[in-house]
Design a binder for this molecule. Structure first.
Ligand SMILES: [Zn+2]
Length: 71
């Protein structure tokens, strides 16, 4: 049993901190939604478990920030 093979979905491993930065940076490129963010990051070779859920959380958080700042 080779655990490396089981984990080969993770072709570009990033730390939790980096994941948040990547998601935020990607969102700020055009205030993209979770689908666009995940698609763009996967295109760059990034993928991790629950990536879409993380993207959704970040976009909701940032959208709320934008809204509060516009008040
Ligand atoms: Zn935004």
């Amino acid at each position: 049993m080779d655990t490396h093979v089981l984990n080969n979905e993770q072709d570009n491993p990033v730390s939790a901190e980096e994941q948040i930065k990547l998601l935020k940076d990607q969102h700020l490129k055009g205030h993209f939604g979770a689908n666009s963010i995940v698609k763009a990051l996967k295109g760059q070779g990034y993928r991790w478990k629950n990536m879409y859920i993380d993207a959704l959380t970040i976009t909701q958080e940032l959208s709320l920030n934008h809204y509060l700042m516009s008040q």
